[in-house]
Design a protein around this ligand. Structure first.
Ligand code: UN1
Length: 510
């Protein structure tokens, strides 16, 4: 099934309407040196002017000056700004979702879901603004108090990816703002319009809430802009989402100047399906996680580790479901799979499928391209399922496209070893009705990922938990739980309210 596509002119009009309603102005005109484009048709939407490397200094300087007053604004007062942002996001949910669909190619329901994720994290951050708790510990000395205080950290540089162009920004920004930090954002070059809309809404929220306008600055730049941001010693924390390759550059550069980094890099997520699994539920969980978002989430299911006794039955069901996936216009309410972001993503998918075949893999479903005639510059890929004889090198790599590799296992130990046998460690799940298997998956010697689920797929996490992963995924945690601590600095305070000066550890001096 495929649906007809809207024209680029219609998409441009729709984008401009959304931007206007959000109050966003376009940096274009004579300075235009880049373009916003849409993967729906693969064509250019609007000319835009990029920020230059020199603009980074001004943006970071302004954010640093705003920090001076923002850090002493009481945290619940900072929460008022984020509450207002949440209100504006509710009001403009459809506008932002339109822009996400136009620029990232997400289907309607997922684009709305992404904006909902922003609203949710704003709500979480507002609550958090009254809960930035420090601990008090018993002092070993009489007449002394020992405690810790969490203070704002400084300017946070947010570098985000195309696939969650607004939610990942909001996880960082809503939390950073209540923590008393200010933010400089460099979004993906592929999604400048959604970024302009978010920046405009936050500027309006700041004006309404009486916050300094420079609590947030946007830079629409290329790689040189990102590098300048990462290297600026006034940027206390760099929170970067993207490829492992990007993280390998950002991590050491920030570390070299003793800055902090929070990295959300690649995932190569697996689901284990055991013989006791509810196969209906497993099929739905697998198909959403593997084919949803056209395989372009960092939490996308890429490896299916299925017990040999249920492999044929499960794969038959998955292949059946794949055959019925409506692929096409993401604005069409019946579509479940939209376009890939670019020709490069499609090349990567083709390359991975060729390597998998060379390794002895059999393509059970998908792999073809749709709508080539209707839109030669757009890439609508049929999500693929490939049965592999083993977890070969191509399976151990993350290909950011809808390719699901299936391998079989015999013993549960083997399944856990396969789950953990890749360089990445973001998300994982097990489908089982056996409590021992479920608990073992979550135990210290179970899944080694930052996210480990039971009877749901690997993608679609709620904002309330800490989001992130281990190994090459980078170790960072964002969004819920106590991820806020990465955005603050901890001071340990010892207060002496006695007239003596006892030294710790029984030391005597003077
Ligand atoms: C990402 O792909 O970068 O858990 C983030 C999920 C979403 C976030 C994904 N809530 O799939």
């Amino acid at each position: 099934m495929t649906s007809a596509l809207p024209t680029t002119d219609r998409l441009r009009e729709r984008a401009l309407e959304s931007l206007r309603r959000c109050g966003a102005a376009l940096p274009g005109g004579a300075d235009a040196d880049a373009a916003a484009r849409t993967p729906i048709t693969g064509e250019s939407l609007l000319p835009l002017a990029r920020s230059a490397a020199g603009d980074v200094d001004a943006a970071v300087g302004a954010a640093r000056r705003a920090f001076e007053s923002w850090r002493t604004t009481p945290a619940p007062g900072r929460g008022a700004l984020v509450r207002r942002l949440g209100d504006l996001l509710r009001e403009h949910k459809a506008d932002l979702a339109d822009l996400v669909t136009i620029e990232a190619g997400k289907i309607r329901s997922e684009a709305l879901g992404e904006v909902q994720e922003m609203i949710d994290v704003c709500e979480f951050a507002v609550g958090l603004s009254r809960q930035l708790y420090g601990r008090t510990m018993p002092s070993e000395r009489p007449g002394h108090r020992l405690m810790e205080t969490w203070h704002p950290l400084g300017v946070v540089g947010v570098v985000s990816a195309f696939n969650f162009p607004v939610a990942v920004w909001s996880w960082n920004t809503a939390i950073a703002l209540v923590c008393g930090d200010t933010v400089v954002w460099k979004p993906s070059e592929l999604t400048p319009l959604t970024a302009l809309a978010c920046d405009a809404l936050l500027a309006r929220a700041a004006a309404d809430a009486g916050a300094p306008p420079d609590v947030h600055r946007l830079l629409l730049g290329a790689r040189d802009v990102g590098e300048r941001l990462v290297d600026d010693p006034r940027v206390a924390l760099v929170s970067a989402t993207g490829s492992v390759r990007m993280g390998r550059e950002v991590g050491p550069r920030v570390a070299a100047r003793f800055g902090r980094s929070l990295l959300e890099l690649g995932g190569n997520n697996a689901a284990v399906v055991t013989p006791s699994a509810d196969l209906d539920l497993a099929t739905r969980g697998v198909v959403f996680s593997a084919a949803g978002t056209a395989g372009q989430r960092c939490t996308t299911l890429r490896r299916l580790i299925v017990h040999e006794d249920v492999a044929d039955e499960l794969l038959e069901r998955v292949v059946d479901a794949y055959a019925k996936l409506p692929i096409g216009d993401p604005f069409d309410g019946t579509t479940l799979v939209g376009p890939l972001i670019s020709a490069r993503a499609h090349d990567a998918m083709r390359g991975a499928l060729e390597r998998a075949a060379a390794d002895g893999g059999t393509v059970l479903a998908g792999g073809g391209r749709r709508l080539r005639e209707a839109a030669p510059d757009a890439y609508y890929a049929e999500p693929a399922v490939v049965r592999m004889p083993a977890q070969t090198e191509v399976v151990r790599e993350e290909t950011f496209a809808p390719v699901l590799y299936a391998v079989t296992y015999r013993t549960y130990e083997e399944a856990i070893a396969l789950n953990n046998g890749v360089p990445q460690g973001l998300s994982s799940s097990v489908f089982t009705r056996d409590q021992r298997e479920a608990e073992r998956f979550l135990a210290a010697d179970g899944s080694d990922c930052g996210i480990a689920n039971v009877n749901i797929g690997t993608s679609g996490a709620e904002i309330g938990g800490a989001f992130g992963g281990e190994k090459e995924t980078g170790g960072g945690r964002e969004s819920g739980s106590d991820a806020w601590r990465a955005y603050m600095r901890r001071a340990t305070n010892t207060v002496n309210h006695s007239e003596e000066l006892p030294l710790a550890q029984g030391v005597s001096f003077l």
